[in-house]
Design a protein around this ligand. Structure first.
Ligand SMILES: C[S@@+](CC[C@H](N)C(=O)[O-])C[C@H]1O[C@@H](n2cnc3c(N)ncnc32)[C@H](O)[C@@H]1O
Length: 300
């Protein structure tokens, strides 16, 4: 698989090219990465790639010319390797949400040319002329397409044959058909007891069928709580067994697993300088004690 990236920040792609699973796979020649900087396809002394928007408004817009020239150079380089023309994907919040099926399709292909937008976005005429699909990472706005492109590449490369050490591990991940498209079950490692919390007993039993059943039930419970539509999709595909359905029916009468940060915690000891009881004290009952982890919005 060959990935070409059109980006103003080629150095950002060292993350997937040089590090971790994707870096090892790149060193083994299992995939190729080529970055094209639109500035290298400009003709003015300032190497200008953006300009003010027609109609006014804030910010700048990426000009179509340097982007199209970069795409053409990438397609020519691919042709030089005997590859056919690649689809051209623009990373964009308005695009189709990238998912596991998208990663699988990319991993099964010859590759893709990824366009990373910056500023307010790219000139629509470039999109109309050159782009075959628009890919979104989710309903939020990034400063540029690079982080989205890194996610697209990483999710696909780890699915290439021989990339993961344990050949089965991708099959056991969330959304995989082998897992009926459900969410993965929780994982535990040493120590067996951590801060008073023990590893669930079935995982220590050595009984493979019981372990598999425990994992399946955790997977069903988590999916029912957080992504019920994935349960519906698995059901529609006939991927839920009678045992699964019986467990889900039992679950329907029980409380759903807690989201991270809302887990029951033991009440903390009141601080020495705490306000006297009844005076603006936070409720420290187990269900409402605050999570010590900061919310992302708390981090400045
Ligand atoms: C600041 S954003 C522009 C957002 C654009 N004005 C909008 O509201 O849709 C700059 C670039 O970041 C990239 N980007 C931002 N959010 C993204 C997302 N959720 N998924 C994929 N790419 C994204 C796109 O390439 C975009 O051109």
């Amino acid at each position: 698989m060959r990935i070409d990236v059109v980006t103003l920040f080629p150095e950002m792609f060292g993350v997937v090219r040089d590090l971790g699973v994707t870096g090892r796979a790149h060193a083994q020649g299992r995939w190729q990465l080529h970055a094209w900087n639109p500035r290298d396809f400009t003709h003015d002394v300032h190497r200008t790639v953006d300009d003010r928007p027609y109609g006014g408004g804030p910010g700048m817009v990426m000009m179509p010319g340097p982007l199209e020239a970069a795409v053409n150079a990438a397609q020519q380089a691919r042709a030089g390797q005997g590859l056919g023309p690649a689809p051209v994907a623009l990373l964009a919040p308005v695009g189709r949400r990238y998912d596991q099926a998208g990663a699988e399709a990319l991993a099964a292909s010859d590759g893709l040319i990824l366009i990373c937008g910056r500023y307010e976005g790219v000139d629509q005429r470039f999109i109309d002329r050159c782009v075959t699909q628009e890919i979104s990472l989710g309903d939020f706005v990034l400063s540029g397409g690079e982080i989205a492109a890194l996610a697209v590449i990483d999710a696909a490369v780890r699915l290439l044959p021989g990339v993961l050490n344990d050949g089965d591990s991708a099959l056991q991940d969330s959304f995989n058909d082998t897992l009926s498209g459900l969410l993965d079950s929780p994982h535990y490692t040493r120590p067996e007891v951590y801060e008073g919390e023990a590893v669930p007993a079935p995982l220590l039993s050595g009984h493979h069928a019981n372990i598999a059943r425990w994992r399946r039930e955790r997977s069903l419970a988590l999916t029912a709580a957080r992504r019920p539509e994935l349960i519906e999709s698995a059901r529609a595909k006939g991927w839920l067994s009678k045992l699964d359905e019986r467990y889900l029916a039992e679950l329907a009468g029980t409380p759903l697993p807690a989201e991270p940060g809302t887990r029951r915690r033991r009440p903390r000891k009141p601080a020495a300088d705490a306000a006297p009881t009844g005076q603006n004290q936070p409720d420290t009952t187990p269900d409402s004690s605050p999570d010590p982890k900061p919310n992302p919005s708390d981090v400045s």
